[in-house]
Design a binder for this molecule. Structure first.
Ligand code: CP3
Length: 358
């Protein structure tokens, strides 16, 4: 068996896919588009497939993963698929007692708050998630020229769920550890960064052609604290996957003050939520990065004329970036009308093709 399976993806990637070109800041015939959480509760076919199957069980069944990942690709003219899984899957796979409760989110039975808790976090190995390898490999075959994005959770966001024991608005206990027990914090984030790195490598080894790190809740910390307490760990993740040769995307919510540092962490593409216009984001992120975003997901609840006008605005501002991948500023909201997303994907292509550089 090969010493380093990561060097040997099973299916050759179509490196000319528009999404990958935009990530690499190359000229594109139209702005590529995909939607965070494009697979999920807004799709009736998703609700049908998931009926009676708990979220974390669905994430271990290659047939379900494959079907759910493909559902939005069938409906929408999206330029990429995102692997159906969850940021908590690798933690579950190494034996952390956790559940994803509908309408709540991840819930952890024994939150990690001391050295004994930390000791329960062992490294992830490919054997822990053979269903991921199997599903990615099958999907890449079915997707053809549509790239598959692999993903994992960022260290702050994973730490917050593990420490709080569930979703949190103010991240009290998380920050208590960050400020008050920096050594324990550093060890916890170090282990989480290694788990995330391994989960990304497994997906790329199986054929994913880009990766996104979702540090969704890291906007809760100041720039100075990010630099001191989070950046070393995210940098480690991005440098560890650099050699895989796939674009690396880094996203968080409410990260306007962090965009520059999140770029410094080593991503090729910085995700921007709807709070910062993309032309302003350009001036906050160092040169040599593409941007992803950033239509407010709630704009999809407005009449089509408003959606169209807001989308033109995002595209115009996105043209000031070296590369632009159109997306929402956060995930698709569950009550979104799929027909509007379909129309939006088409509109992004048409409007951007009209004045694209080829
Ligand atoms: O984007 C995609 O379509 C791929 C699938 C995906 C899921 N979770 C499926 C999912 C991705 C990329 C994630 C990442 C994820 N999971 C994040 C980062 C992205 C973000 O939105 O900021 C976070 C913070 C989680 C943790 C998590 N898992 C939450 C907050 C929830 C929602 C809880 C709820 O019910 O409101 C989940 C569950 C989850 N993950 C669902 C899906 C489709 C809903 C599960 C269901 O159908 O019951």
């Amino acid at each position: 068996s090969p010493a380093d399976p990561w060097d040997d993806p099973r299916v050759p990637v179509d490196n000319d896919a528009v999404f990958l070109r935009a990530c690499r800041r190359e000229p594109v015939p139209h702005t590529p588009v995909w939607f965070m959480r494009q697979a999920g509760r807004s799709l009736p076919e998703y609700l049908r497939v998931r009926a009676g199957v708990p979220m974390l069980e669905a994430c271990t069944r290659p047939d379900m993963i494959t079907e759910i990942t493909l559902q939005p690709v069938r409906r929408y003219a999206v330029d990429a698929a995102i692997f159906f899984s969850d940021i908590m899957v690798p933690l579950k796979a190494i034996g952390v007692d956790l559940d994803i409760k509908p309408g709540v989110g991840p819930v952890i039975a024994d939150p990690i708050r001391d050295a004994a808790g930390l000791a329960r976090l062992r490294p992830l190995t490919p054997d822990d998630v053979t269903y991921v390898t199997e599903a990615v490999a099958g999907l890449v075959g079915e997707l053809g020229d549509t790239p598959l994005i692999g993903f994992a959770g960022g260290p702050f966001t994973l730490a917050s769920y593990l420490i709080e024991g569930g979703p949190s608005k103010s991240h009290d206990l998380t920050k208590a550890m960050m400020y008050g027990a920096p050594e324990l914090w550093g060890e916890l984030l170090g282990r989480l960064a290694d788990i995330t790195t391994e989960f990304l490598k497994i997906q790329v080894a199986a054929g994913a052609s880009a990766v996104q790190v979702f540090d969704s809740w890291v906007g809760a910390v100041s720039a100075e604290d990010y630099r001191r307490s989070v950046l070393p760990h995210t940098s480690k993740i991005f440098s560890a996957v650099e050699g895989l040769g796939v674009p690396r995307i880094h996203f968080g919510v409410g990260t306007g003050e962090l965009l520059g540092i999140m770029g410094e962490a080593g991503a090729d593409v910085v995700g921007v939520d709807w709070r910062v216009p993309l032309d302003a984001a350009v001036s906050r992120v160092e040169p040599g990065k593409a941007l992803q975003g950033n239509l407010d997901p709630a704009v999809l609840f407005a009449p089509w004329e408003v959606i169209e006008q807001r989308t033109r605005d995002v595209l115009a501002r996105g043209r000031t970036a070296e590369g632009h991948v159109f997306n929402l500023g956060h995930g698709v909201l569950p009550s979104t009308d799929p027909d509007k997303l379909a129309r939006l994907a088409d509109f992004v292509h048409e409007a951007s093709a009209a004045d694209a550089v080829t």
